[in-house]
Design a protein around this ligand. Structure first.
Ligand SMILES: *Cc1c(COP(=O)(O)O)cnc(C)c1O
Length: 359
């Protein structure tokens, strides 16, 4: 007899590793290219020497450091094994059956439909605008009495676009106060909305709005993707519920130590984001110059809305030595890497034959 696995899980694709291209440049996962700062590496080494001891399950020191940095209380901060774990936990604390709806824009972060389904909830998707931006009016209009959770990815993965402060405030005010709104700010550190004065900060917007919870991560600008640590900031009642469903000890000792050290050294880390943004604008300009449509990006990647040609583009790019991330029928996401990596990508993509085929 075989085990009685939940039949609905067959709708979730099993993980299939991609073809490997040894030696290829990897611009597929929005990682930073630089290794941890010396202070973080030192903290990692010291924590590893205590690997025989369980980590602090409450992550007291890290949560206190985050609370101090964000000017909130420790009771308003939860940490998770990457912010994806917190996404899953947010579904767990709000949804209990398929009657319950999790609302989000599409296309957006690929984990949203999966965590909704794993959490027995129903995913409801609202298309992005033709400019690849969140349609906040349509999203607000899609809230029903069944809606328990709304994910707003700002800036949005994989399109790179962001909504500004005024639009976001209008949205927060339009959604009933008993619906939990998650502002997923994984790329917050890259958000500039240059010249608009419209740069939204979810933590600030959440003050006085107990139904707003903000997710951020150490995986992107802070460069600790391999250690898995993210955090949630919000109302103490929501944070308490998150801690009830938290998998015990899932934020490990090394991750906690590295996150604290990285937070202390954030000046140095955040300087790197300025250099990355210069590269991003250079790559975007070169791609547009070659004839591609490239929406403005507020992240560490660009989006190429290539529709049905996405898979073929990614395949051709891999053969040219650069791995990028295709999203069937929608587009291709290209992470901004080191200048020489970006040059390798641009040599491929702006080649007149390639550009003629795909732009
Ligand atoms: C990368 C990413 C995350 C989280 O990553 P973790 O490594 O799990 O912290 C969350 N949301 C979005 C939109 C992302 O792109």
């Amino acid at each position: 007899m075989s085990a009685q696995i939940r039949p609905d899980l067959s709708a979730i694709p099993a993980y299939t590793p991609g073809r490997s291209y040894p030696g290829a440049v990897k611009l597929a996962s929005n990682e930073t290219t630089l290794p941890p700062l010396p202070a973080a590496a030192k903290a990692i080494g010291a924590a590893a020497e205590l690997a025989h001891r369980y980590p602090d399950n409450q992550a007291t020191e890290l949560r206190a450091a985050l609370a101090d940095f964000l000017d909130v209380t420790v009771e308003q901060v939860a940490v998770g094994c990457g912010s994806v774990a917190l996404l899953q936990e947010l579904v767990q604390i709000t949804c209990s059956s398929a009657q319950d709806e999790v609302l989000f824009a599409w296309r957006s972060f690929e984990a949203y439909p999966i965590v909704a389904q794993v959490g027995h909830a129903t995913a409801v998707q609202v298309p992005l605008t033709s400019e690849h931006v969140h349609d906040l009016d349509a999203l607000a209009a899609a809230v029903t009495p069944r809606t328990k959770l709304v994910f707003v990815c700002n800036p949005n993965n994989p399109t790179g676009t962001a909504v500004g402060q005024d639009a976001l405030v209008r949205f927060l005010d339009a959604v009933p106060s008993d619906v939990l709104i998650v502002l997923d700010e994984a790329y917050f550190e890259y958000l500039r909305l240059a010249g608009t004065g419209q740069c939204p900060d979810g933590v600030e917007l959440g003050r006085g709005r107990p139904n707003v919870i903000v997710l951020r991560t150490f995986s992107k600008a802070y460069g600790l993707a391999g250690l898995r640590v993210g955090y949630a900031v919000g109302d103490p009642e929501v944070i308490t519920a998150l801690m009830k469903v938290h998998i015990p000890f899932s934020v490990n000792r090394v991750a906690q130590a590295a996150a604290i050290a990285s937070l202390e050294a954030r000046g140095e880390l955040l300087e790197r984001t300025d250099a990355l943004i210069v590269e991003r604008e250079r790559v975007r300009a070169a791609m547009r110059g070659a004839g591609y449509e490239v929406p403005p990006s507020e992240t560490n990647f660009i989006w190429l809305p290539l529709g049905g040609r996405s898979a073929a583009f990614a395949e051709a790019s891999a053969e040219a030595g650069v791995l990028v991330r295709p999203y069937t029928a929608d587009g291709v996401r290209v992470t901004i890497g080191d200048p020489h990596e970006n040059d390798t990508f641009l040599r491929f993509a702006t080649d007149p034959e390639v550009a003629a085929r795909f732009s």
